[in-house]
Write a protein that binds this ligand. Structure first.
Ligand code: GLA
Ligand code: ZN
Length: 670
């Protein structure tokens, strides 16, 4: 159930937005582009259940029939992410209350309250009908529940469920008061019903998720909401499983990643991870690469690229066209990082509504004679050839980057020191440095087996609970290399500072403690001298370190703390740790990462400085597939190690020695 038998090439299809006479022709055009799958019924609740309890599946039956007759694989949505008007009208509690305390009304999508009993009851009835009716459809290869879970509800139902959730977690109010440190600003709680949801009407202020009086309470609220969304998903999944025990069930993850949904906690409930990829027009290529690696790492197995844009989207500040060749290169980038499908939003461009200017395979011109159509067609043809080889392959890494939703929440709620607490920015610094060195990276969390990695980079690991503390100690003791930074090990799971010096429980591992932290305004930097004589710069924060057993690797060369340590290393058990007390420039971080990799005997897939993107997937018999992508605007030479004895699976010839912009090769030893 963790794998689909074919490499899917397709995407979201909304034939209900078009007259039925057009369907056959559209499906033929899509077949001409080698499309073999369609995701349908994602937003059709109002058509499926026009009034309460009255179902009409005749149109969906016909859509499934049309697609099945043409041999399409179908991903069937449950349609529960956009609520019909009648449901809002008769049961207003199905709608979310937002951060400002406003109850939403009929409109939009993705705005249901996850704890609303009325929402759950109506979802159950709809999904039961769908599951009963379509459980045995041979062409349905996956169930797609809801859509892009996200956001937060602050309604009274959620408040009451939160109080119950807290009773389960803390048992007594005394425990809760202690965990949240409620004596601050007279927040001591004497009755469970005094607990409020933390929005702008109570403890928090904007932007959402950044400021509140008691961070521990807000972080618990995020945990609670993520879990309630998961419960809603699982409710749908269990209904499907009553009628269909074998078809994979999933939902589509999205965003950069989604801050409000803890994907690591959700991963086990997905049969296959699915991801919607919409990189910002100005994001570096390491950014989508990071997200693909995160998606792969959630289950350490291939994921589905569930949505992507054939060319422009309709919702960025600027939505540039994809250049000739860019579509192929960027879709194959997802495959290079572990995707086992290429799917688009959407197959046919809408006539009406907010997304009518979002690109699609069949554009408004409704002809095959477009640049985008031809590029989609070419890629479809290539994937029909190489898909089976790819399906048989997986990814392994010796290097891991730690990503943790608890630290994400806690770190960005820090009031004070600097206003620029951006978790993803620091994570990305480290990812980019590894990416530039062509090092395959697993993105791991607290539940992962850490022992299989030679180096773990764990930047801004702000929140460390007892389990993680023990796990990290054990990892280093047994010989691992652990890299930590400023703002790490500071608080427990309730966002309470560990007394005794930062980085709290990691102090002995790092062989140092942090006495103070200087905040550098955005236009300031400090100089840092590595002990090998190399001079680099740093920005943002500058920890004042007190080394106990650690040795300095770099010292500050600016301000009153010139000459004091900025980066240090320590031996612990069989392993070694590194502590980075400031935000090193990317080349400064690169200089450090090179030293760390040398000590740990880790090498990239090709030499550092090569501007190509190079990744590796390994087939079940051990054969390596190398993905070589030129995502730059200039021609690049194929690295020497691939110049002989390799076959490019995309051309079935020896690889070209020069890759033009957007060129891609998939190399296998010949
Ligand atoms: C999301 C949604 C789709 C569509 C696309 C447009 O990923 O899941 O329904 O709105 O964005 O980019
Ligand atoms: Zn709610």
């Amino acid at each position: 159930m963790n794998k689909l038998p074919t490499f899917l090439y397709g995407g979201d299809y909304n034939p209900e937005q078009w007259p039925e006479e057009t369907w056959s022709n559209d499906i033929q055009i899509l077949k001409n582009a080698h499309v073999n799958s369609a995701t349908i019924n994602v937003f059709s609740w109002a058509l499926l259940e026009p009034s309460e309890g009255h179902f009409d599946f005749t149109q969906l039956d016909r859509i499934i029939k049309h697609l099945s007759n043409q041999g399409f694989q179908i991903i069937l949505g449950t349609s529960t992410a956009a609520i019909p008007a009648w449901l809002f009208k008769y049961y207003p509690d199905v709608a979310r209350v937002d951060f400002q305390g406003r109850r939403h009304r009929f409109g939009q999508r993705h705005n249901f309250c996850p704890t609303s009993p009325n929402f759950r009851q109506h979802v159950s009835r709809l999904v039961t009908e769908l599951a009963k009716r379509y459980a045995n459809q041979t062409n349905v290869v996956a169930w797609h529940i809801n859509n892009e879970y996200g956001g937060t509800c602050y309604c009274s139902n959620c408040q009451q469920s939160f109080q119950n959730w807290l009773k389960d977690r803390y048992h007594t109010l005394a425990n809760l008061n202690q965990a949240w440190d409620t004596n601050v600003w007279s927040h001591t709680l004497h009755y469970w019903d005094e607990i409020m949801v933390p929005n702008e009407l109570s403890d928090a202020w904007g932007p959402e998720g950044h400021h509140t009086v008691l961070e521990g309470a807000y972080i618990d609220y995020f945990r609670f909401q993520s879990e309630m969304m998961l419960n809603e998903y699982l409710m749908e999944k269990e209904i499907i499983r009553k009628y269909d025990q074998s078809t994979p069930v999933l939902t589509n993850f999205h965003s950069t990643p989604n801050k409000l949904i803890n994907y690591q906690k959700w991963a086990n409930s997905q049969d296959i991870i699915a991801y919607d990829s919409y990189p910002a027009y100005n994001a570096p290529w390491s950014h989508p690469a990071f997200l693909y690696d995160l998606m792969y790492s959630l289950k350490h197995q291939p994921f589905l690229l569930m949505e992507s844009a054939p060319s422009q989207v309709n919702w960025q500040a600027y939505s540039p066209l994809k250049e000739p060749g860019q579509l192929r290169a960027t879709e194959l980038q997802a495959v290079a990082h572990g995707a086992d499908s290429v799917q688009y939003f959407q197959l046919k461009q809408a006539r009406g509504g907010t997304e009518k200017f979002h690109s699609a395979i069949i554009s408004h011109s409704q002809t095959e004679d477009t640049r985008v159509f031809k590029e989609v067609q070419q890629l479809g043809e290539e994937l029909s050839q190489v898909g089976p080889e790819i399906l048989d392959s997986t990814i392994t890494s010796k290097v891991a980057l730690f990503f943790d939703w608890n630290s994400y929440w806690g770190y960005e709620m820090v009031d004070g020191v600097s206003k620029d607490m951006n978790y993803l920015a620091i994570i990305h610094d480290y990812y980019q440095t590894l990416y530039d060195r062509h090092l395959p990276v697993a993105i791991v969390g607290a539940d992962d087996d850490l022992s299989i990695y030679d180096i773990i980079f764990a930047p801004v690991l702000y929140m460390v609970d007892e389990n993680l503390d023990a796990k990290l100690h054990n990892y280093v003791k047994e010989g691992g290399h652990l890299v930590a930074t400023f703002m790490s090990g500071m608080v427990n799971e309730s966002d309470l500072i560990y007394p005794g010096g930062y980085p709290g429980p990691l102090t002995d591992l790092m062989g140092l403690w942090v006495e103070e932290t200087d905040a550098l305004p955005a236009d300031q930097q400090v100089s840092v001298f590595f002990t090998d004589g190399v001079r680099k710069t740093a920005t943002f924060l500058a920890d004042q370190l007190r080394l106990t057993t650690a040795q300095p690797l770099a010292n500050y060369a600016s301000k009153f703390y010139a000459g004091s340590p900025a980066v240090a290393t320590n031996r612990f058990g069989q392993g070694r740790t590194y502590y980075v007390g400031c935000r090193l420039s990317i080349d400064g971080l690169g200089h450090l990462v090179d030293q760390i990799c040398e000590v740990a005997h880790i090498n990239g897939l090709v030499e550092q400085g090569n501007p190509l993107e190079v990744t590796k997937r390994v087939q079940s018999d051990g054969t390596a597939l190398y993905f070589i992508l030129n995502l730059t605007h200039t021609p690049q030479n194929l690295p020497a190690r691939f110049q002989n004895d390799y076959l490019d699976l995309l051309t079935n010839h020896a690889p070209k020695r020069k890759l033009l912009p957007w060129d891609v090769q998939i190399l296998k030893h010949s």
